[in-house]
Design a protein. Structure first.
Length: 237
């Protein structure tokens, strides 16, 4: 005598084995935190920067890893996703500031002072980030099309030199007056220090980037698999 079948177990969508979603999550966290930290002007003697100086270069390291392992289309998806996260965080801060404070809450003025500039900082950050990261990914893929798996250092550094330059100039142009930089010499200091610093960080952490890329390439089952499609963002003109 057969046992009556019970209800079928609930089905769930299968999640492919990939580390891409974890990297995108890190992308979003780094961008949101660096935008908040950037509202604070920081001075090391004559050197001017902002509070996000130690965070933002990590976004480019992550961008290099994504582009090298997953390609330009995946990098573009990660960039747009983190862009949306940064925009959403800006809207949230703006709404929270606009909400009427409770009578017992004594921190409204301080809250506005710290987070009030975030939407403006985000505007500059996102414009620079979008342009710089897309250029970073584009240049890396174009160099990779010529070098294949060789000379990883050349495409990591070459893409950083281009992407960080565009990103830094756009961001600093918007952020400088917000954090109190008002003279041409201080602005030039802000741009040059920021650009040189970000490039040097990428060079210093190159061994870590190498190790992360190699680790992911070994563990992503579709990397280099037969039938994998080689991509290039656009043909050379």
């Amino acid at each position: 005598m057969s046992t009556p079948a019970g209800p079928a177990p609930a089905g769930f969508a299968r999640r492919p084995r990939t580390y891409f979603d974890l990297i995108v999550a890190a992308y979003c966290v780094v961008l949101v935190l660096s935008n908040v930290a950037a509202t604070k002007g920081v001075a090391f003697g004559p050197v001017l920067t902002d509070g996000g100086f130690f965070l933002f270069p990590l976004a480019y390291v992550l961008g290099d890893v994504v582009t090298e392992v997953y390609g330009f289309r995946a990098a573009r998806r990660a960039i747009v996703t983190s862009f949306a996260a940064g925009l959403f965080s800006s809207v949230v801060f703006w709404l929270v500031i606009a909400l009427p404070p409770a009578e017992f809450y004594q921190g409204q003025e301080a809250f506005e002072t710290v987070l009030g500039p975030v939407p403006l900082i985000v505007a500059g950050s996102l414009l620079g980030y979008l342009a710089g990261q897309l250029l970073n990914a584009f240049v890396l893929v174009r160099i990779r099309a010529r070098t294949q798996e060789r000379h990883l250092w050349a495409r990591l550094i070459g893409s950083t030199l281009v992407g960080e330059l565009v990103d830094t100039v756009i961001f600093c142009a918007v952020a400088a007056p917000i954090i109190g930089i008002s003279t041409a010499s201080d602005f030039l200091n802000y741009v040059v220090v920021g650009y040189v610093y970000k490039v040097l960080v990428e060079v210093v952490v190159l061994p870590v980037t190498y190790a992360a890329i190699a680790w992911l390439k070994r563990r992503e089952p579709t990397y280099g698999a037969p039938g994998a499609v080689a991509e290039s963002p656009a043909p050379a003109r």
